[in-house]
Write a protein that binds this ligand. Structure first.
Ligand SMILES: O=C(O)CCC(=O)C(=O)O
Ligand SMILES: [Fe+2]
Length: 352
């Protein structure tokens, strides 16, 4: 077993080295995050080992004991339901095209997460870190930074989402520490890269799909997430999310009470030179009921260079990807997903 010397002492690396062993998982592991809040070094090391295994073999996991209050989750789901229940013209008043920073509402079929598909059957509302318009980074045209856009007459909606966003930032700090330990690094290794993080919160509404389904038009098409990691809340009792395993089978990632789904994003895969798997997933809502979910995408500061970590590169495993800043990477991916606003999209939508 390979042992890695770190500033926190020696760490054994399971799976002997850098080659990830993806498995044909049929279940997604559950990781107990409690040690990051109250554990000693031994408990954290055990958690780090479990997390490393989950990220290497699967790329998806559930976390329990995350310390996000249940009422914050319930409040956000309730706020989302009220928001999406409004007439389309009301929601369109805060359409994402009215923001320079990808904030606000996007309607059914406007997004096309899988570029080979015909639009996603969901509507969404996005916020991110609220950075004022006169901030130097915003003025410099770093479009992922900027102010949020809000409906003028829904203060509860704003409050719920802002509260949830703040909780996610806290939780992301703990998770990032766990990821650092899982990579054999000092717990605080990433801390100075996340002072002004790319941190997008979306609320999503998926109407149910009935009967025969065209696999090019589902709730959200097959994709991997762009950022470092995603923390996803799903309303209990509705199955829709699916994760692709190493054998190419779709595995259900159903909601588990008290747990978030966490998945590795593309930035983390690049950081780890593909040791950690950024796993493809999709959602199809055939539950017969309206589905709501709340993903939160966490990545480092816009200017952080995402390049293979020294501990993930050696002679036999040269860096696979050129270094890229966090912002340029996410921006490039966004451009592809939102490419088809406008005429094409209207034609598609009215054809169905
Ligand atoms: O709604 C879900 O369960 C998944 C959403 C998702 O994958 C995304 O927004 O990137
Ligand atoms: Fe996703």
């Amino acid at each position: 077993m390979k042992v890695l010397e770190t500033g926190n002492g020696a760490r054994a690396m399971k799976n002997g080295g850098l080659d990830p062993q993806r498995i044909s998982f049929e279940e997604i592991p559950i990781i107990d995050l409690e040690p990051m809040f109250s554990g000693d070094a031994a408990a954290k090391a055990k958690l780090a080992e479990d997390l490393r295994k989950a990220c290497t073999e699967v790329g998806f996991l559930y976390i329990k004991n995350h310390h996000v209050p249940a009422e914050v989750l319930e409040g956000t789901f309730a706020a989302a339901e009220t928001y999406f229940g409004q007439p389309d013209e009301v929601k369109m008043a805060n359409h994402v095209s009215k923001s320079k920073n990808n904030r606000g509402y996007a309607a059914m079929l406007e997004e096309n997460t899988d570029p080979t598909a015909r639009g996603d059957l969901h509507e969404s509302f996005d916020i991110a870190l609220d950075v004022p318009a006169d901030d130097p980074d915003v003025k410099a045209g770093k479009v992922l930074y900027g102010p949020n856009q809000w409906p003028s007459d829904m203060p509860e909606f704003r409050k719920a989402l802002e509260t949830y966003h703040a909780e996610m930032l806290k939780l992301s700090g703990h998770l990032l520490h766990a990821f650092a330990l899982a990579l054999g690094l000092e717990e605080t290794y990433f801390d100075d890269m996340v002072g002004k993080p790319l941190a997008t919160l979306r609320v999503l509404h998926y109407p149910p799909q009935f009967g025969e389904i065209d696999d090019r038009q589902i709730g959200i098409g097959a994709h991997s997430d762009y950022e470092c990691f995603t923390i996803l809340a799903q309303k209990e009792g509705i199955s829709a999310l699916q994760v692709l395993n190493a054998a190419g089978e779709w595995i259900a990632a159903d909601p588990i009470p008290g747990c978030f789904v966490v998945n590795v994003g593309d930035q983390m895969a690049r950081w780890t030179n593909d040791l950690f798997a950024s796993t493809v997933h999709r959602a199809i809502n055939r539950s017969g009921r309206e589905r709501y979910s709340i993903p939160f995408f966490f990545g480092p500061n816009y200017d952080t260079l995402v390049e293979a970590l020294p501990s993930c590169v050696d002679e036999d495993h040269p860096a696979k990807y050129p270094p890229v800043t966090s912002g340029d990477y996410v921006n490039g991916r966004f451009a592809a997903t939102f490419a088809h606003y406008g005429k094409d999209n209207e034609a598609e939508a009215s054809a169905h």
